[in-house]
Design a protein around this ligand. Structure first.
Ligand SMILES: C[S@@+](CC[C@H](N)C(=O)[O-])C[C@H]1O[C@@H](n2cnc3c(N)ncnc32)[C@H](O)[C@@H]1O
Length: 384
């Protein structure tokens, strides 16, 4: 993996998170980061012509800390929905000796600071989340706030520019540079904003689901989840169960409905996912709150060895913009560590991913419990 970042006079060593990923061709920054860093440095120089202090930066959605590290000479607040991105940022800042007091790390649900001179945004590919971010920016921006955003050129279309225009102010995109474009937006005051989180009734159940803007399947039930809901474990009274990669918590919520005495842990690396799961138990099964936990975590990192009876999981197949199975693999390996002897991991997966072979190798066996044209339900039991 190329870890040496070089741009003008900036030299950094940057790694993706988690460390030691199997795909060595991936790196911790992209051309959109480079474009944003160059534009930010021009904006910082411009600011310094009028002001003796350094500008306050607000950085949103930094993938692995490249923006934060490259612009470490300015005070900055970093906001992200991803626990992994926060881990990467802290790791890369420390690795480059940038452990100073000049930065703060906020999660996506912490209100933005009241003031920022320059706002730097890596566009998320989820338009609900972009809309949520724009609504937050609208509440803190002034007409002289510099707002810069980047993404791959293919992800910047008329829709995206119109969304900026509707919620924050007139936006224009640069010509394409290394397949990326830069958006400059001129904030205007008093734009109307959409409401988050999203709420909908789950078909054929008594549940209403609350979905924060960046949660997976925020607008409707995922097809894989729908299939797993038909094949959830039974006879699990009183057990300790983890809904791993819980999203809005629909799997755990359904299990609690039939087994209200479970000790259920909802765990995800997205702050908005964990907040959605919590809101859904509070709304639909408040009597179970005392026995449930809500955890932002990297897979099962904070779980003790041999401490869990059941893990249910609809594993992720991408990290940020990259399609990958390495997080699913990490989840399976860690499931084997935290399951008690006799404990079970039950997953839903796209047929073509062939996780059965992987689980067979890891657990010594793996049973296919059900299948439809698109998905399989697999179960592995920890025997030793
Ligand atoms: C396919 S979605 C499933 C969500 C939900 N369980 C459902 O079925 O609708 C996968 C989930 O895994 C989460 N995830 C991704 N990487 C993770 C990690 N390293 N640790 C924990 N959760 C992760 C994602 O945020 C996402 O919510």
């Amino acid at each position: 993996m190329n870890t040496q970042f070089q741009l003008g006079h900036i030299n950094l060593s940057l790694q993706r998170w988690p460390l030691n990923q199997p795909n060595h061709s991936l790196q911790a920054w992209d051309a959109a980061d480079e474009l944003l860093i160059e534009a930010a440095n021009n904006a910082i120089d411009n600011f310094k012509r009028h002001d003796t202090a350094l500008p306050q930066l607000l950085i949103i959605n930094d993938s692995f800390g490249a923006l934060s590290c490259a612009l470490a000479h300015c005070p900055q607040i970093n906001s992200t929905d991803s626990y992994l991105a926060q881990q990467a940022l802290a790791h890369n800042r420390a690795a480059n000796g940038l452990n100073d007091q000049r930065y703060q790390n906020h999660d996506s649900l912490t209100p933005l600071p009241a003031h920022a001179d320059i706002i730097l945004l890596k566009l998320p590919n989820n338009h609900s989340y972009l809309s949520f971010i724009l609504s937050q920016l609208a509440s803190i921006s002034r007409p002289d706030t510099v707002v810069l955003a980047t993404a791959k050129a293919k992800d910047i279309n008329r829709n995206v520019l119109e969304m900026f225009g509707r919620q924050l102010g007139h936006a224009e995109a640069s010509l394409t540079v290394k397949k990326c474009r830069l958006i400059r937006c001129q904030p205007e005051l008093g734009k109307p904003q959409p409401q988050f989180p999203l709420k909908w009734k789950l078909d054929d159940t008594p549940f209403t689901l609350i979905n924060h803007a960046n949660v997976f399947a925020r607008e409707k039930l995922d097809l894989g989840a729908r299939f797993l809901l038909q094949h959830l474990p039974v006879d699990i009274a009183g057990q300790r169960v983890i809904d791993l990669g819980c999203g809005n918590g629909v799997l755990g919520l359904t299990l609690l409905h039939t087994h209200p005495d479970l000790q259920l842990v909802f765990s995800d690396e997205s702050y908005m996912a964990v907040a959605s799961a919590k809101a859904n138990i509070e709304l639909n099964m408040p009597q179970c709150l005392a026995k449930t936990e809500f955890l932002v975590d990297d897979c099962l990192a904070s779980q003790a060895e041999q401490s869990v009876d059941q893990i249910i999981c609809n594993p992720p197949f991408h990290q940020q913009h990259t399609v990958t199975t390495h997080i699913a693999t990490q989840m399976f390996n860690e499931a084997k560590r935290v399951l008690k002897r006799g404990g079970r991991l039950r997953i839903v997966a796209n047929r073509h991913l062939n996780y059965q072979q992987q689980l067979n190798r890891l657990f010594g066996h793996c049973q296919q419990l059900a299948a439809n044209p698109k998905f399989v339900i697999l179960e592995a039991i920890k025997r030793s």
